[in-house]
Design a protein around this ligand. Structure first.
Ligand code: SF4
Length: 723
């Protein structure tokens, strides 16, 4: 698979034709700066910083602003068997108020859930969380970031006391000697960030990449540890074992800045190299090499991403790598540290500002009495009226249709019919809801199942802030008006609150919402009080925490102390590892899912972008030629893959980049090639992260599939949406 190119503005003559305005990319957590210009041929983006560059997703982002299949009016369904039809805003809002009111009166406030997205701006995430808890009075609000980096967040909070994706700015990366990346394919998913890694390499640095596939990043690595999916915790503890045994421990650091080594050492003694090789498949000599490089280096950084995190032992996997960074003393000092790569544009900010079922704005626990009192006072409700912890993302979907469960759902900025695990069950659950409201800018697979769909503005048509992978706040400016009939998400929340009886407290102006966020987070761990639109407009680089107006924000965390009560980082012995499903005679292979460079998340946007669709038009299974040959599946031939939850049919791509007992399927598509029909919803007990990354599977050759009429197609509207 080719690496995604980084595209630079260079001498592009088109750019000179029109003066654009600065904003940020609508996609991933890197939030690359970009400029939007209007040319006679339509909107076009260019890199906001000519030195920086964009990946092909960013470069083509403007195409979606002008697409003619955008939603331009609300759509409603008169009854469950009816097709969606266009409606006025007044009719749609009346139907929403009536339906939600009926559900709440019949089943209670908890019968309605809210599902948000990690691409929503800080202002939208905050207001959606407030809407759920104040207007609907439901505890059940969560977001698709739960499926993204919740395991890393939980592990980092446990060990270091405060979770921020990267606790240092990207500029620090070139200064470190050795980098270990576990389950991250940045060369394909975030190409512009590779400039920092390249510079580190040019300075003599080395990369160790842990991945079951020889990805574009692993190909460039100095050492590739081709791990069996689901065994990261064992690998990390094996490296801790070697650090302890071979004398790579930084004893001064461990004594002064950590606690709990004794228990860790006891557990680590069980992870001797030969045992770790038998669990992970990584040869002993490579394990020793990795430990030696990390141990001997004066500085090192360790990163995880979804490969290690999206597992039912995701928290333990990340804790294993944190233990390694701590035992080596490669954290809490310059050019060292542990970080995780935020996938979605605002995965970080959305959870800090209250879109998780267990958190209030400012990254405070919803069980914390003081935090509850402060937020309730700000929101103008008694503390007793503020709901307590609700269901996490998968539990919320799984709770649909149960006796005490969810009967109505509000979805904003998420396409759960494609992105949630065990998606055939999710689709059935969504169909069984008594009322489903979806807010989106395209008729996504989830919107097709809705009773009401509201058309929302896109990234360049509204103002708002995002918190990027570094914990830095960036301002997305409004560069053009939404099309007639389309409202911003904030305007929609304002209207929904109004029809449900709340005349105040839900402003549609992002600046007004931001001012409330500043007050809501003041003094909290994720303190945004010192960040203002004025400062961002002046071009200040502001990281949270930023407690005062004159404060520069804290670009580097943990240099003096960790944010635990004692100020010391905590070791966590890791005992559990391995996939929930072990291969057997019925399901002899391991399936892992992931991303390709041309697509983003459930593909709602990128599958509508011509160049991206041409680059990757369809899903596929990557499999080792030896496995494919033994099963009679030719390169380019059709393969049927099935797990305990369902089956898909996709074309096979032979590749020596993958282990013979592993299959890889990207998850960006719906229909017969939808990878999440197969994935396991088993949850990590702490983070509630589903086991996206590994399950037992079987594969065989099959003929070219005839797509049966899917529930999605049956729900397609009769008219109005045109290509
Ligand atoms: Fe957009 Fe991420 Fe690509 Fe940058 S790397 S252009 S933020 S998708």
């Amino acid at each position: 698979m080719p690496e995604s190119p980084i595209l630079f503005a260079g001498s592009c003559a088109l750019r000179e034709e029109a003066k654009g305005s600065l904003t940020h990319c609508p996609y991933c957590g890197l939030q690359c700066p970009m400029e939007l210009v209007t040319l006679p041929s339509g909107s076009q983006v260019f890199p906001g910083d000519p030195e920086w560059g964009l990946c092909r997703k960013g470069w083509t982002a403007a195409e979606l602003l002008d697409r003619n299949d955008r939603l331009l009016t609300p759509w409603v369904r008169d009854h469950k068997r009816a097709k969606l039809r266009p409606a006025s805003w007044g009719e749609a809002l009346r139907k929403i108020a009536e339906s939600l009111g009926k559900l709440r009166a019949t089943y209670g406030l908890s019968a309605v859930g809210v599902f948000g997205g990690g691409s929503l701006t800080n202002e939208k995430a905050y207001l959606l969380g407030k809407f759920a808890r104040v207007v609907l009075g439901t505890p059940h609000v969560d977001y698709n970031g739960r499926f993204c980096m919740s395991s890393a967040a939980a592990a980092i909070t446990r060990s270091l006391g405060l979770d921020r994706g990267l606790p240092f700015p990207l500029e620090d990366i070139p200064q470190t000697e050795v980098i270990l990346l576990a389950g991250a394919n940045l060369a394909e998913t975030m190409p512009p960030v590779m400039r920092y890694f390249q510079r580190q390499k040019e300075r003599g640095g080395r990369w160790i990449v842990v991945d079951p596939r020889k990805t574009s990043l692993a190909e460039k690595a100095d050492l590739h540890l081709a791990i069996t999916p689901g065994t990261d915790a064992a690998l990390a503890m094996g490296l801790v074992h070697l650090a302890l045994r071979e004398g790579w421990v930084d004893w001064e650091f461990v004594r002064e800045r950590t606690e709990g080594l004794q228990e860790l050492a006891l557990v680590a003694s069980q992870f001797w190299p030969e045992r770790v090789e038998s669990i992970t498949g990584v040869p002993v000599f490579r394990l020793r090499e990795a430990a030696r490089w990390l141990g001997r280096a004066k500085t090192a950084m360790i990163f995880t991403a979804r490969g290690a995190e999206q597992q039912a032992h995701g928290v333990e996997n990340v804790l294993g790598y944190l233990n390694l960074a701590l035992v080596l003393g490669k954290i809490g000092r310059p050019f060292c540290g542990f970080g995780t790569w935020t996938g979605q544009g605002n995965g970080q900010g959305a959870r800090e500002l209250g879109l998780k079922c267990d958190q209030l704005p400012g990254y405070r626990s919803i069980q914390d009495r003081k935090a509850r009192q402060e937020i309730a006072a700000l929101w103008g409700i008694p503390e007793t009226a503020l709901p307590r912890e609700g269901l996490s993302a998968w539990e919320l979907l799984d709770g649909i249709g149960t006796r005490e469960g969810i009967r109505g759902l509000v979805v904003m900025g998420s396409n759960i019919a494609v992105s949630a695990p065990y998606s055939s069950r999710v689709i059935q659950a969504l169909e069984s809801l008594e009322f489903l409201l979806v807010v989106d800018f395209f008729l996504s697979e989830t919107a097709l199942l809705a009773d009401v769909v509201l058309p929302a503005a896109q990234w360049a048509e509204e103002e708002g802030t995002m918190t990027n992978v570094e914990g830095r706040v960036v301002l997305r400016q409004k560069l053009k008006k939404p099309p007639p009939g389309v409202c911003t998400d904030l305007e929609i929340l304002h209207q929904l609150a109004r029809v449900l009886g709340w005349k105040e407290g839900f402003p549609s102006d992002p600046c007004e919402v931001w001012e409330e966020i500043r007050r809501a987070t003041r003094g909290a761990p994720a303190d945004y009080y010192g960040v203002t639109y004025e400062r961002l407009r002046r071009g200040e680089r502001l990281f949270w925490p930023c407690p005062q107006l004159g404060h520069p924000g804290k670009a580097r965390l943990f240099l003096d102390r960790f944010e635990t009560p004692t100020g010391k980082a905590r070791f966590f012995p890791v005992r559990n590892f391995g996939p929930v499903e072990i291969p057997d005679s019925q399901y002899p292979l391991l399936l892992t899912t992931g991303r390709v460079g041309a697509h983003y998340q459930s593909g709602t946007q990128t599958r509508r972008t011509r160049e991206l669709l041409e680059a990757e038009p369809e899903p596929f299974v990557e499999m080792h030629p030896a496995t494919a040959r033994s099963l009679g599946i030719p390169h380019g031939g059709w393969a049927r893959i099935w797990t305990r939850r369902g089956e898909i049919r996709v074309r096979a791509r032979w590749s020596r980049r993958i282990l013979p007992h592993v299959l890889f399927v990207p998850f960006h598509w719906s229909g017969l090639g939808q990878a999440n029909r197969l994935t396991n919803p088993a949850l990590d007990p702490v983070s509630k992260m589903p086991e996206f990354k590994v399950c037992a599977a079987a594969v065989e050759p099959c003929s070219c599939p005839q797509e049966p009429e899917s529930p999605d197609k049956q729900n397609c509207p009769e008219e109005g949406v045109t290509e």
